[in-house]
Design a protein. Structure first.
Length: 245
């Protein structure tokens, strides 16, 4: 996969070359590039923003530098890729979206600062994404979140694909609790079933605890979920175990 980012602050993306994303770059699973679109402005003062027509607060990113930077990406990469605009008005990012984005060969992110974008910039865009109902000073952090979540789904990026398969939200539920050695730490003990070696019982315990955590923390995830007969029985047990108050 190739990922391009248009940003006024390319140095913010330095941490992206660490951890999982960094390993993906090292192993040639990911070609990652950040372009400072200020380098493409034709304004004699090197400005990339201006006041909005009709008046109003704040400054808007002008179209020229972003269009020219995008032309450069298209020339060097052979295409613009699937272009994503980070914007508070975009579709809220989630687990399924990360999986879908991982199927593209080329993603290009446009990140902005100031009050917003000149509307004509949106003609370049295939998808608008928000990472939540709040406003950041710029789109860089949002792009990093989307990139990190997406790269995890690229083939061979994770050392153990099962890690991705059992993560929270992968099967529509939050992940079950997990433990490692020692079995007894300061009186806090590991559930005996996990030490039993009975894989069927362990699988049942994990499913039940996954359902319990989802029911208690994110009940909204269960509203439209088609529960299996086993899941319904386990969820009934969970509800009966929870004492009122």
């Amino acid at each position: 996969m190739r990922i391009d980012v248009l940003s006024l602050f390319p140095e913010m993306f330095t941490p992206m070359r660490q951890s999982i994303v960094g390993k993906a770059i090292e192993r040639d699973h990911l070609d990652f590039s950040v372009t400072d679109f200020r380098d493409y402005t034709t304004n004699k003062h090197n400005n990339v923003d201006d006041y909005p027509f009709g008046g109003g607060a704040g400054m808007l990113l002008t179209p020229q530098p972003i269009f020219d930077a995008m032309d450069h990406i298209e020339k060097t990469a052979g295409d613009r890729g699937h272009v994503i605009l980070l914007d508070p008005a975009g579709e809220t990012f989630n687990h399924q979206m990360a999986q879908d984005l991982a199927h593209y060969d080329h993603l290009t992110f446009i990140t902005g600062h100031y009050e917003g974008y000149d509307e004509r910039i949106r003609t370049l865009v295939d998808q608008e994404i928000s990472i939540g109902d709040f406003v950041l000073t710029g789109g860089e952090l949002g792009a990093m979140v989307v990139i990190d979540a997406t790269v995890r789904f690229l083939p061979q990026v994770l050392g153990n694909q099962e890690s991705a398969d059992t993560d929270s939200f992968e099967n529509g539920l939050l992940e079950y609790p997990q433990y490692t050695r020692p079995a007894d730490f300061r009186g806090l003990t590991v559930p005996p079933v996990l030490l039993s070696g009975n894989h069927a019982k362990i699988a049942e315990w994990r499913l039940k605890e996954s359902l319990r955590r989802t029911y208690l923390r994110r009940p909204d995830l269960l509203i439209n979920r088609q529960l299996s007969p086993q899941e319904r029985d386990l969820l009934d047990d969970i509800k009966s175990e929870i004492k009122p108050g």
